[in-house]
Ligand binder design. Structure first.
Ligand code: ADP
Ligand code: ZN
Length: 734
């Protein structure tokens, strides 16, 4: 419906309300600048002595002394924020109880947006033939002819032709090459939807047809694409992306791990003939700005990114794919606490886009939404090609004869030896970084902890340091016990990936070992190269953490040994069973991805535990059904709602006082039938010197939780150095 009173354009001098990234609880009034401005325009405004970034959010409120209202300084040379994006930020703010300035920060995470477009010199073929041609000159001219009318930067051109830059400069003087200025923020190469299409299997084709129809509808809809690892989920959603390109809309693919993007970019290039835009924390600042701008004006058709890519200003978004949708890294753990999977659904629903949630082991939330008919469900049940799901067996650790301080059971060991003899790869999986999780003094029993956190320091022998996995604090491994000062009595307790590697080296002296843990690689590139070398057969035994569970393809891998299948079962976390199930299924899925059949062996002290039994039986639906029943019974997510409140302060008395006051004054929560639990010291009661206290709010699924929580905490002023964070739908409880 058109609201006749509302206009999208403000003439010079009209009062506009501007949302800034500054921590203020309201939109501020300014006068529209010379030439006026559009609703949604990105602007620079004066705030006290400073200039700050803002967005024209609507009409001014007019509650300010007109004489004091200042003018917008300038309108930035970027596409105005669209109405749907403004609604998205508002809805996301209400959902996560995050302030609007913080939401706007998420949406403007590109540097130098207010700078004039910067220029760069590029070189293309001129129409003068030089009279004297050296070899080097000929190579430059041929390179340019090979690429038709394209232009290149000096470095690109001289690298491609294998000449020094002075050769190119010389040709410019002669007029054989033309030097020009162009804006640095160039559009991305166009994608060809029909470039490298594959022939799909009948199952895949049916799944793709559904998604293509969804894209054509140009309306919101979510599809849960479940399929075992290697069943071709990626191939299927690439078809949805192709359709998106055909209808002229943009596609966003979210991946849980930066390390995966390189492999994925190559795949997109093979399918569509050009590299897509890549957005994550490892991307340079200039490239970030380019992507941000190009996405807004349609110069980027496909973006592959981390969760923050959701806040890019897409011009015409038609599809969001959330790959490995169950992955916990989609939930931001600090700063703005949002779950990218849920925000993807919200964003798509506001622009009439499709969502594809892909996973071999969906989250219970998505499983339940599909079960309730809110999401469409598609299953790919068999692996592509000859690969079959690995056989899964437990190794009962209660009967294995294992010397203390070692973790590879005799049964597992002989299986690995058999693989080495056949030239096949084995993966030993342990979900713990570092050498040993605990360092204990054998003289006094002291365990080395972090000075800032109530957490034990983890020994990283590779770095020769102790590291706190909470705050990142590190210190050299001491000679003497910090408590009793006795020397030479410190001992490592429990296994980490580095210690397991040491054991494997002794157990399989003739084998080539590779250790895959995120902290053992200096850069994303080194990691990518490491993974590729392993895939090409450069190792016999791979020792890996969670990192190997995700997406990589190792064709020679036929054995997966899970060192401690019970590890995830001990947590108090309500999702512990779900996580264990997903992780082990995924790791097991690494085995036998080509013609060779794979085996997954789970070392467990409780092989009869229901989760372990469900994993072994491969009976996913039985597992989900049982898990769903349990949670429904307990009224916990996804069948109930939760919010976590985390209070922290350097003063332990202050946090408990506020926590108790919150617990006593819970009227706003009781009005919606919600209960509050706590305050209780958080499982990690101190991080970076700040004491932490948690409260947990539980409500019915239909209760208006956010509004009640906002009203409840709104009664209190958060003073001093106390911080209060609200975590809606908490995923972890540390
Ligand atoms: P998933 O995403 O389910 O793990 P992928 O899409 O990565 O599965 O497929 C696994 C492997 O099989 C990939 O190397 C992929 O290229 C290949 N593959 C899957 N389907 C086809 C197909 N229809 N034609 C050719 N190769 C395929
Ligand atoms: Zn610490």
């Amino acid at each position: 419906m058109v609201n006749l009173e509302q206009t999208d354009f403000f003439d010079e001098g009209a009062l506009v309300g501007v949302l800034t990234t500054q921590p203020l609880d309201r939109v501020l009034d300014y006068k529209a600048p010379v030439g006026g401005c559009w609703l949604g325009a990105f602007v620079e405004v004066p705030l006290g002595p400073r200039k700050v970034l803002g967005v024209v959010w609507g009409k001014g409120r007019g509650d300010w002394d007109p004489a004091k209202v200042r003018s917008v300084i300038k309108v930035l040379d970027v596409a105005p924020m669209r109405g749907e994006m403004r609604s998205f930020l508002e809805r996301a703010s209400q959902y996560t109880l995050t302030s609007m300035p913080n939401m706007l920060r998420l949406a403007t995470r590109a540097p130098g947006l207010s700078n004039p477009p910067s220029m760069q010199k590029v070189y293309r073929l001129g129409d003068v033939e030089p009279d004297r041609k050296t070899d080097a000159r000929t190579r430059v001219l041929e390179t340019l002819r090979d690429y038709g009318g394209l232009s290149f930067t000096l470095k690109e051109l001289s690298d491609m032709a294998g000449v020094t830059s002075s050769v190119v400069k010389g040709l410019v003087k002669l007029g054989a090459v033309v030097e020009e200025n162009t804006p640095r923020d160039l559009p991305f190469a166009r994608m060809d939807p029909d470039y490298g299409a594959k022939t799909l299997t009948p199952d895949q084709a049916e799944a793709a047809a559904h998604m293509v129809a969804e894209i054509r509808r140009e309306a919101y809809g979510t599809t849960l694409l479940r399929g075992v690892t290697g069943s071709g989920k990626t191939e299927v959603y690439l078809e949805a992306i192709a359709e998106c390109l055909r209808v002229g809309r943009q596609a966003l693919v979210l991946l849980p791990e930066i390390a995966l993007t390189a492999e994925f970019l190559d795949r997109v290039e093979a399918r569509f003939g050009a590299k897509p835009a890549e957005w994550h924390s490892g991307v340079t600042m200039t490239e970030r700005r380019r992507i941000w701008k190009m996405v807004g004006q349609g110069g980027a058709q496909i973006v592959i990114g981390a969760r923050s890519a959701l806040f890019l200003p897409f011009q015409n978004l038609g599809l969001i794919v959330v790959d490995e949708e169950h992955d916990t890294s989609y939930k931001q753990d600090d700063g703005v606490l949002y779950n990218a999977r849920d925000m993807a659904v919200l964003r798509a629903s506001l622009v009439g886009a499709s969502v594809v949630l892909a996973s071999a082991t969906p989250s219970l939330e998505s499983w339940a939404n599909a079960d309730a008919g809110k999401y469409h469900r598609i299953e790919l049940t068999s692996r592509y090609g000859p690969a079959v799901m690995p056989e899964m067996r437990a190794i009962d650790m209660r009967v294995e004869d294992l010397p203390s301080g070692t973790w590879i059971s005799p049964s597992l060991r002989s299986e690995v030896e058999a693989r080495i003899a056949k030239g096949e790869q084995s993966l030993l999986f342990i979900n713990r970084r570092g050498y040993a999780p605990v360092t204990i003094c054998r003289a006094c029993g002291h365990q080395i902890g972090c000075d800032n956190c109530d957490a034990r320091m983890v020994e990283h022998r590779f770095l020769k340091r102790l590291l706190c996995h909470q705050c990142g604090e590190s210190k050299p491994m001491p000679e003497a016990c910090p408590s009793c000062e006795v020397e030479g009595k410190l001992a490592a307790v429990g296994p980490g990936v580095e210690r397991l590697a040491e054991e494997a080296k002794a157990a399989f002296p003739e084998a080539r070992l590779a250790v895959l843990s995120s902290d053992l690689f200096g850069s994303a590139r080194a990691l990518k190269e490491g993974i590729k070398a392993i895939a090409d057969g450069a190792a016999d035994v791979i020792i890996g953490t969670q990192l190997v569970a995700k997406g990589h393809n190792f064709p020679l891998l036929t054995l997966v040994g899970v060192i401690d299948a019970d590890l995830g079962l001990q947590g108090s976390d309500l999702r512990a069973a779900e996580r264990t199930f997903q992780l082990i299924r995924q790791v097991a899925g690494r085995a036998g991805r080509s013609e060779r059949k794979g085996v997954a062996l789970l070392q467990s002290h409780q092989p009869d535990h229901p989760v372990i039994r469900a994993i072994l039986a491969g009976d996913e639906d039985a597992f989900w059904q049982a898990e769903a029943n349990e949670r429904r019974h307990a009224g916990v997510p996804p069948y109930g709602r939760m919010a976590g409140i985390i209070l922290s302060s350097t003063d332990v008395g202050q946090v408990f006082d506020l926590g108790n006051a919150l617990a006593r004054n819970d009227g706003a929560l009781r009005q919606i039938g919600a209960q509050v639990y706590g305050p209780a010291p958080a499982p990690i009661a101190r991080i970076r010197g700040r004491h932490r206290v948690r409260l947990l709010v539980k409500a019915d699924k239909a209760a208006p939780l956010q509004a009640a929580v906002a009203k409840w905490i709104g009664q209190f002023q958060i003073k001093g150095d106390i911080r209060l964070a609200v975590d809606i739908d908490p995923q972890s409880f540390y």
